[in-house]
Design a protein around this ligand. Structure first.
Ligand SMILES: Cc1cc2nc3c(=O)[nH]c(=O)nc-3n(C[C@H](O)[C@H](O)[C@H](O)COP(=O)(O)OP(=O)(O)OC[C@H]3O[C@@H](n4cnc5c(N)ncnc54)[C@H](O)[C@@H]3O)c2cc1C
Ligand SMILES: *[C@@H]1O[C@H](CO)[C@@H](O)[C@H](O)[C@H]1NC(C)=O
Ligand SMILES: *[C@@H]1O[C@H](CO)[C@@H](O)[C@H](O)[C@H]1NC(C)=O
Ligand SMILES: *[C@@H]1O[C@H](CO)[C@@H](O)[C@H](O)[C@H]1NC(C)=O
Ligand SMILES: *[C@@H]1O[C@H](CO)[C@@H](O)[C@H](O)[C@H]1NC(C)=O
Ligand SMILES: *[C@@H]1O[C@H](CO)[C@@H](O)[C@H](O)[C@H]1NC(C)=O
Ligand SMILES: *[C@@H]1O[C@H](CO)[C@@H](O)[C@H](O)[C@H]1NC(C)=O
Ligand SMILES: *[C@@H]1O[C@H](CO)[C@@H](O)[C@H](O)[C@H]1NC(C)=O
Length: 477
């Protein structure tokens, strides 16, 4: 039940009459009136809801399809040890908003320390050791990152936290439009590539042809500095803690496990029909704040017009999964990367030249035989196909003798993170893609935030969300 008092506001211009489904199993539709309906309760939506209600005295309802808040945060509870392990979001860039947000919920942070793992590089088709591939030296990596930082710093104000100041088409820097392979060779950045892709995951299917802009977006100046200075943070306890406490605070203003059926929008408000199990709600809001991945699919119920459809139809939608699996015969404290043989002997730019990327990282606790699977593909595929690829890949390791013994792959938890990605042509940028996308902000009573609109990390998304809220609140007045 939504018990919180809400502002009494009638959407005078909204003359939409809802046909409530004549399904007797639905209870009477409850009407909820709010200033803002926040769609999606991941990093952006949870943060925005708390800020709006608690700091801006703005009534909200938060609508989330899953049974919990947190989005890309995935926490697995190891039953044997009653300890948690993070298999989604790992760490936070220090960027400002995260400090207040964590402090508000009494969550402390600690320096993020990646587990020390022994790398095992295997050839992706055979599972045999890719002995003729060498990773760059630490020295070469640092030098390449020094050059990288000098370059991304120049473009920081265009790209972080969001793209409000992205250059108009005639002024787009030539660097943005160059295929990354050419750019990396010109600036001798190859040695930075393994770390850039390991941390950001950018470039399923290959990074050589991606526009350099997309690598800048995936690994911008703030992230680069903090990775180099070891300044990333993680929550003490688990990365889910802040979301659990935000849910407790927002309580009745959150509709979990709920599905948006229809959305009717005008310039001054929206009416949303939401079902939650057998319950049904009619939400009337002055504004929508859409924080889910912005695709034609997630916005299918919103009656998009031509302008919206055009702006939102240029994404590439790959597949991304993370999982926790138990594989007793892979040694503890190892990280197994499946690489294309084209990466040998040291072609770092070819590391992603395969339709999918797969890595298995030992997670501990000691003796648990648990691994975190990080997987992404350049085409969409169902969870069953993902599981098959993982299982088959582990079998190739056994058959090639890379790992001793014959053991099963036992999936303990799977989380899908498939979402639209930036993968543009130079022409699309010259045609004003970024401006077209941002012109949707505030259009038809709808504001947007989330990874697709900003530097795609939780705390940069929060900084961007703060910018959106200022504009949304001005629009509400
Ligand atoms: C595996 C993985 C690991 C990552 N690790 C890190 C990390 O360590 N550090 C970091 O800073 N960033 C990390 N990120 C980046 C991540 O993009 C951001 O941290 C952050 O989660 C982005 O917030 P968001 O609100 O845009 O998206 P999300 O957090 O994904 O939130 C979107 C929400 O919308 C909901 N939703 C989906 N579809 C609909 C719909 N149709 N209608 C309504 N709601 C819907 C989803 O259930 C979800 O709750 C990681 C991303 C992935 C995929
Ligand atoms: C918050 O908003 C409500 C409803 O609009 C209003 O009555 C109240 O005075 C506001 N409180 C503050 C502290 O601004
Ligand atoms: C598991 O850990 C939590 C939090 O650390 C604690 O509250 C709980 O009592 C523990 N449960 C068991 C069965 O030990
Ligand atoms: C490296 O080894 C793989 C097999 O592990 C082989 O397929 C590939 O041709 C070799 N590449 C080079 C450059 O030697
Ligand atoms: C490491 O790089 C420095 C320059 O930054 C160079 O002087 C030094 O010789 C390099 N060391 C090795 C082992 O390559
Ligand atoms: C996916 O990647 C492979 C190789 O890396 C490439 O051949 C293929 O064309 C890509 N597919 C799509 C849809 O981009
Ligand atoms: C793995 O590393 C942990 C410390 O991170 C250590 O306690 C453990 O003994 C290691 N396991 C093996 C098999 O070396
Ligand atoms: C592993 O065991 C399964 C049956 O449990 C068997 O089908 C398979 O051939 C074995 N593989 C190897 C490499 O021994």
């Amino acid at each position: 039940m939504l018990g919180r008092t809400f502002s009494i506001f009638l959407l005078a211009c909204l003359q939409v009459i809802f046909a409530v489904p004549h399904d007797a199993s639905f209870s009477q539709s409850q009407v909820i009136e709010r200033d803002v309906a926040v769609i999606g309760g991941g990093a952006a939506g949870t943060f925005a809801s708390v800020r709006l209600r608690e700091d801006y005295n703005t009534s909200i309802v938060l609508i989330e399809p899953k049974s919990h808040l947190g989005g890309h945060v995935s926490t697995y509870l190891v039953p044997e040890t009653n300890t948690t392990l993070e298999y989604g979001v790992q760490s936070y860039v220090q960027n400002g908003p995260e400090a207040d947000f964590f402090a508000r919920f009494g969550v402390s942070t600690q320096p993020f320390a990646a587990r020390r793992l022994t790398p095992i590089n295997v050839e992706i088709t055979t599972g045999g050791l890719l002995k003729n591939y060498t990773t760059p030296s630490a020295n070469a990596t640092n030098e390449a990152f020094g050059r990288w930082l000098a370059i991304v710093s120049k473009y920081e104000s265009f790209l972080e936290p969001g793209y409000w100041d992205f250059p108009q088409p005639p002024n787009i820097p030539a660097d943005f439009l160059i295929p990354f392979e050419d750019f990396a060779k010109t600036h001798q950045l190859e040695a930075a590539v393994p770390r850039i892709i390991a941390i950001s995951g950018v470039g399923y299917g290959g990074i050589r042809d991606l526009l350099t802009l997309h690598i800048f977006q995936a690994f911008g100046a703030t992230l680069t500095r903090q990775v180099l200075e070891n300044r990333l943070l993680t929550q003490v306890g688990s990365n889910s803690l802040v979301y659990q406490r935000a849910l407790a605070l927002l309580s009745d203003d959150v509709l979990l496990s709920s599905t948006i059926q229809t959305v009717k929008r005008t310039e001054t408000g929206a009416e949303i029909l939401v079902t939650q199990g057998k319950k049904q709600y009619t939400i009337r809001a002055k504004r929508l704040l859409f924080t889910a991945p912005p695709s034609l699919t997630t916005l299918a119920q919103y009656g998009l017009d031509d302008k919206e459809t055009s702006a939102l139809s240029k994404w590439t939608i790959p597949a991304e999964f993370v999982a926790v699996v138990k594989i007793p015969c892979i040694p503890e404290n190892t990280s197994v990367s499946f690489l294309p043989s084209a990466a040998a002997p040291s072609n770092q730019l070819a590391l992603k030249d395969w339709p999918y990327s797969l890595r298995l990282d030992s997670t501990g606790p000691s003796g648990s035989n648990l691994f975190r699977i990080i997987f992404g593909s350049n085409t969409t595929l169902p969870a069953e196909e993902f599981k098959k690829i993982v299982t088959t890949s582990v079998h190739t390791l056994q058959e090639a003798g890379t790992i001793q013994g014959n053991c099963s792959v036992d999936f303990k938890a799977i989380s899908e993170h498939t979402r639209p990605q930036w993968k543009l042509t130079p022409q699309q940028l010259k045609d004003g893609f970024v401006q077209e996308l941002y012109a949707l902000q505030g259009y038809r009573a709808t504001w947007y935030t989330g990874y697709a609109w900003a530097a795609p990390y939780s705390s940069t998304v929060w900084a961007f969300t703060d910018d959106v809220l200022v504009r949304l609140l001005a629009d509400l007045k």
